[in-house]
Design a protein around this ligand. Structure first.
Ligand code: ADP
Ligand code: MG
Length: 258
């Protein structure tokens, strides 16, 4: 069984951006990536950000993970102003970010060892999580010996091993084929239901947003702003995909994005 730290019951948002603006400096030229973005993720909520390429989705995740300081605005995690990277927040990228010279189990253990866990403790946690994600048979393989879907499972395992309370995911399934993507979406929902951690997933895929996002933050580009927040109470229900409401939701979201 997974034994993650459950989020405290709370009405306070777990993660919050207030009036955020980010400007990149590109060889002296100022690129305004996002402007005046405010959003919050409640404890245990599954939020999705959707928007066209270049609208600043990744930028928002970098800010929330403490990797990037905004020029303007405020960032709070668990009620505290964010000043640097936090142990309870992890970020999963599209390209998995696995070290090619380390095996699956070594990749998954890495974050734990960096955080000072003993080898024995790390091994125990790694074994549990690999079994939970059905990749224990791959423990001794190297990333090059895995399919895309298996690699992303390893990346998810590596994040979950840290028992995060906030999981940030940047287009995690976009380079996978449709069937693999659906199976990983199911896996993620399963994890979310068991752990009740807060998730913020970025995608440009309309079906993925509607299937998974309890609240969908819709962005426009240049500079990126949030133009709509869609409540989507049926998200996360596996049977949702076959229902008329699902297709209506996709059509509605598509209309907002056009
Ligand atoms: P998205 O993830 O939605 O595709 P990004 O957050 O990656 O968008 O980028 C938002 C905008 O900021 C884009 O116009 C992009 O070109 C620009 N940008 C991103 N990173 C940098 C950077 N390091 N330097 C300059 N401009 C950047
Ligand atoms: Mg991006």
């Amino acid at each position: 069984m997974m034994d993650f730290i459950k989020n405290h019951k709370s009405t306070v948002p777990f993660a919050q951006l207030k009036s955020l603006s980010v400007v990149y400096d590109q060889k002296g030229e100022q690129v305004e990536a996002v402007r005046d973005v405010s959003l919050d993720i409640r404890p245990g909520e599954f939020g999705v950000i959707i928007g066209p390429s270049g609208c600043g989705k990744s930028t928002l995740l970098y800010v929330l993970s403490g990797l990037l300081k905004p020029q303007e605005g405020e960032v709070y995690i668990d009620g505290q102003a964010l000043t640097s990277r936090r142990n309870d927040t992890t970020l999963i990228l599209q390209d998995y970010g696995l070290l090619p010279w380390k095996t699956v189990e070594q990749n998954v253990a890495l974050g734990l060892l960096i955080r000072g866990y003993s080898k024995g403790e790390a091994r125990k946690r790694v074994n549990t999580i690999l079994t939970d994600l059905a990749i224990d048979a791959l423990a001794k393989r190297f990333p090059a010996q895995l399919s895309g879907g298996q690699r992303q499972r390893v990346a998810i395992a590596r994040s979950l091993a840290l028992k995060p309370r906030l999981l940030l995911m940047d287009e995690p399934f976009s380079s996978l084929d449709a069937l693999t993507r659906e199976s990983l979406q199911g896996l993620l929902l399963d994890i979310w239901e068991k752990t009740k951690l807060s998730i913020l997933l970025v995608t440009h895929n309309i079906e993925e947003a509607v299937f998974m996002g309890q609240r969908i933050f819709v962005m426009s580009k240049n500079p990126g702003t949030i133009i709509n927040i869609v409540d989507n109470p049926m998200a996360g229900d596996i049977s949702y995909r076959g229902k008329k409401e699902f297709y209506d939701g996709c059509a509605y979201l598509r209309s907002l994005l056009q």
